[in-house]
Design a protein around this ligand. Structure first.
Ligand code: CTP
Length: 383
């Protein structure tokens, strides 16, 4: 997806660096266009390094304002200053970025950032109302402490929120009206108040599945073990620690779900008698373990189960083990991956096994991309 990222001259321009990084990570080709004022806040070199492409600064090089907007799927201006919003409201074409916006044939997103009094000024209110009426998407702003030291409305929305607003709005809504329940991350099983048994799951694949389902228009509940990842914006987020907590959260939310995607690396065992005080060292320590509930199996064997998708993390014999697991758990779709190639990484390689006996191999790619392909596969299966 090609996106033009316009940067105008406000202090929030420093956040555009993070924004371009996020968009590139999500697979976008980002063409950065900066106004002269923006270059006073952040250098074109920084933006060139992060986008991997030359930064456009002037309209006098060529007919770039036409060419650029022709190939783009969206123009996003972040930060958009009060002055730039006024230009868009009036249809000015006084620099490259405003010309591009006027000559576009793709959606325009603006992330306003300005001092709270500028934001409250009737002229800004009028301009905002006008651009909204013209079909421009406005993301943010937020309330909070501003660079000038004042507190109020006008802080630019956070980069992850802007990226996800733009990407979600551009995705086809093939899952609108559908409800997804997704589990992600590891679980923690207490040994004593300060020690746990856990695993190396990062939660990246589960969060990517939740994000991809949201982007396709689904309503999403994400039940997550502890991770370091930002919560997907727009999902109902249910944080849990142990497998039993995860099971209870899943059962409390499964009603009305169309799809259950069980991505979490649930601990199969828990400590039978966790100590209520810190265990002191000395000699050999033996822990007795007892089995945890199998959440996926329980959901798949409900009376009217949602469409269940399991994940099989194996270290070998992927196909054979995955097919056995699919049968044992009674699920119509199972995603197999090799744990050593996937755990904690940004990329993976998966095989999607369907109940019809087919196996679809998706070559190594970013988990965000694989998740989008998997969600498309699920959408096809439930349609
Ligand atoms: N799963 C679950 N509850 C468990 C264990 C696993 O819901 N207690 C789910 C996982 O979320 C995944 C699928 O079952 O979707 C398979 O998980 P995996 O760890 O690969 O398999 P296990 O069933 O645990 O079998 P084994 O560890 O013997 O390979």
């Amino acid at each position: 997806m090609k996106i033009i990222l316009g940067i105008t001259g406000g202090i929030a321009a420093y956040k555009a660096a993070e924004l371009v990084r996020l968009l590139v990570k999500k697979g976008c080709e980002v063409e950065v266009v900066m106004t002269d004022a923006a270059t006073r806040f952040i250098t074109p070199l920084t933006m060139q390094a992060l986008s991997g492409r030359p930064v456009r600064l002037t309209q006098w090089d060529d007919m770039a304002h036409i060419d650029l907007s022709r190939g783009a799927e969206a123009i996003l201006v972040a930060p958009a200053t009060a002055d730039f919003i006024a230009k868009i409201a009036q249809g000015h074409a006084s620099d490259l970025l405003s010309s591009l916006c006027l000559a576009r044939n793709c959606p325009l997103f603006l992330a306003p950032a300005m001092n709270r009094q500028m934001w409250d000024n009737p002229a800004s209110r009028r301009n905002l109302a006008q651009i909204r009426e013209d079909g421009v998407h406005v993301v943010g702003p937020l309330e909070g402490v501003q660079a000038c030291g004042e507190t109020g409305m006008g802080r630019m929305a956070e980069p992850d929120e802007i990226a996800s607003a733009v990407l979600s709005s551009l995705s086809p809504k093939i899952l609108s009206g559908k409800k997804f329940l997704v589990t992600a991350g590891p679980t923690l099983e207490a040994i004593d108040p300060v020690r746990v048994i856990t695993n190396l799951s990062s939660g990246k694949m589960g969060y990517a599945v939740a994000q991809a389902a949201l982007a396709s228009g689904a309503q999403v509940v994400l039940v997550s073990g502890p991770t370091c990842l930002p919560r997907p914006i727009g999902a109902k987020f249910v944080p849990v620690a142990s497998a039993r907590e995860m099971r209870d959260a899943v059962m409390a939310n499964v009603g009305g779900s169309d799809v259950f995607v069980s991505v979490a690396a649930v601990a199969d065992y828990r400590v039978a008698n966790p100590s209520s005080s810190k265990i002191k060292k000395g000699g050999t320590l033996t822990l007795a373990l007892e089995p945890n509930p199998d959440i996926l199996q329980e959901v798949a064997n409900m009376k009217n189960p949602p469409f269940c998708v399991g994940f099989a993390a194996e270290t070998g014999n992927l196909e054979e083990n995955a097919l056995l697991k699919m049968k044992r758990k009674n699920v119509p779709m199972l995603v197999g991956n090799l744990a050593q190639d996937a755990l904690g990484r940004d990329e993976s390689e998966i095989v999607i096994f369907g109940s019809g006996g087919g196996a679809k191999r998706l070559p190594r790619a970013a988990k965000t991309k694989l998740a989008a392909q998997l969600v498309e596969e699920i959408a096809r299966a439930i349609s």
